[in-house]
Design a protein around this ligand. Structure first.
Ligand SMILES: [Zn+2]
Length: 472
């Protein structure tokens, strides 16, 4: 063979190459690559490695000098009310018990939303998430107008799993009327058939049920069966406070997760949100089922749930429950910056148990990336920077005081930085945030519309803004 044939192969032409950067891969070895590079073709990562290697292998249509950045996988937020609360952010006082907050404030505000409000609301939530480094979200199940919400999410470009508001409890009779159950199961079937998750869909439906005590055994089992058949998961709220255990004990004589276990509806594709008030039996059942929990640390703090005092999250983590993070609603924790949530997870149990070994920064960061990906049933596609995975990643700007000096990048990500340092974000290979601005929508217009729509919702809801200090 001639020398020319033996030489290196010609470079492959690709869409994007970012070089000379610091990569936090979250791959199986958890490699952190200095002088790193990431190569993207279409919506996928094709290579991750040292800059000099990838420069030789690829010729890119867009070449970015990444020396200013730390690049991480996009964060995964597993519980966000993208409707109902983003347009009423901070309206509810911060000293309410759970029932007064939900039924006195959240539900009236939620019911005052129009279809256009819900689309706008979903985009506002997505904007806040994208701008702070979250690329994938599992919605919390309060959407009333699914189609405009899906349309709005599609436009802004976040990866999302969304379900319509679904429950079948009749508070007047304290029963689960069969007709309502049938109607709710039909609703779940319909949304799954219209928004399937197959073929790498960025936006797709899940059976997201309200949970607590609002869902019959039949609805739980139908949701789980539908999820299994469609390769997706089920999400539901459970046990933020003592209400749910008290209710299940009174009605069934056992606690909620014992009940769900006996129904056969726990599993790796079931994400239970909150799970603060579990006993040791419930933790064991959840671990045996390899279940997922969305821990909304920020909500627990604001809602005085007692996570630090009674939450068994360190035990869940140790026993193999897939522990993930959510930020809930804008009147429950009031922000969707997952970096702040990760920081709180890393700190809360160290303090509460007086044990600095709990939730080291690396483990907290896994909860926000790999564990979230597993919970969304997207472990094969997101959560780490590896060839073959979706090009969902975040460029953190190190030209900021909280980022310098930079020695231990994971300590920096969890303990020093927050989402305000997110410079750019890619989802499916599309740069949806560039130089601190969302590229897919007009941010100024969206923020102005959010203020107008929020004021109109407040007026229609009959709620009155309450402040402790005089507003003149
Ligand atoms: Zn919630």
């Amino acid at each position: 063979m001639s020398a020319s044939v033996d030489g290196p192969p010609p470079p492959t032409t690709i869409d994007l190459l970012i070089t000379d950067t610091l990569l936090v891969t979250m791959d199986a070895q958890r490699r952190i690559i200095c002088d790193g590079a990431i190569a993207v073709q279409g919506d996928s990562i094709v290579a991750v490695g040292k800059s000099h290697d990838l420069r030789a292998r690829f010729q890119a249509r867009t070449l970015i000098d990444g020396s200013r950045f730390v690049i991480t996988p996009g964060l995964v937020n597993t519980h966000v009310h993208i409707t109902g609360e983003p347009l009423t952010r901070g309206l509810a006082p911060d000293d309410l018990g759970w029932e007064e907050l939900v039924f006195g404030w959240l539900v009236p505000a939620h019911m005052a939303h129009t279809e256009a409000d819900e689309r706008l609301s979903a985009q506002m939530a997505a904007l806040e998430m994208l701008r702070s480094g979250t690329t994938s979200v599992l919605e919390a199940g309060t959407v009333r107008f699914l189609d405009p919400v899906m349309d709005g999410l599609g436009e802004i470009g976040i990866r999302a799993r969304v379900g319509q508001w679904a429950w079948d409890f009749d508070p007047a009779t304290q029963t689960y009327p069969g007709a309502l159950t049938d109607e709710t199961v039909s609703l779940l079937e319909d949304e799954l058939s219209r928004y399937p998750a197959g073929a790498g869909q960025r936006v797709a439906a899940w059976p997201v049920i309200v949970g607590h005590m609002t869902c019959s055994d039949t609805l739980w089992q139908a949701a789980k069966a539908l999820a299994d058949r469609n390769g997706v998961g089920v999400a539901a709220h459970m046990s933020p406070a003592t209400n749910d255990p008290d209710w299940f004990l009174a009605r069934y004589g056992h606690r909620p997760l014992r009940h769900l276990s006996e129904l056969g509806v726990l599993g790796p594709n079931v994400v239970l949100t909150h799970a603060v008030h579990l006993d040791t039996d419930e933790v064991a059942l959840l671990a045996a089922a390899r279940g997922c929990v969305s821990h909304c640390v920020t909500t627990a703090l604001r809602g005085a749930y007692g996570a630090g005092a009674v939450g068994r999250f360190p035990e869940m983590q140790a026993r193999g429950v897939t522990l993930t993070l959510g930020t809930d609603g804008n009147n429950d924790s009031n922000f969707h910056d997952m970096m702040r949530a990760t920081h709180l997870l890393a700190g809360l149990y160290k303090d509460a148990r007086q044990d600095p070994r709990l939730f080291p920064a690396e483990q907290a960061y896994e909860c926000a990336t790999l564990n979230g990906a597993r919970a969304l049933q997207l472990e094969h596609a997101i959560g780490s920077l590896e060839p073959g995975k979706k090009a969902d990643f975040v460029a953190h700007d190190t030209h900021r005081p909280e980022w310098r000096p930079l020695f231990n990048v994971i300590n920096q990500l969890v303990w020093s930085a927050d989402g305000r340092g997110v410079h750019s974000v890619w989802v499916d290979g599309v740069r949806v945030v560039e130089n601190y601005r969302c590229t897919t929508i007009d941010e100024d217009r969206l923020l102005a519309e959010a203020q107008r729509a929020g004021e109109a919702i407040l007026a229609r809801s009959g709620l009155t803004l309450r402040t402790r200090w005089p507003v003149t």
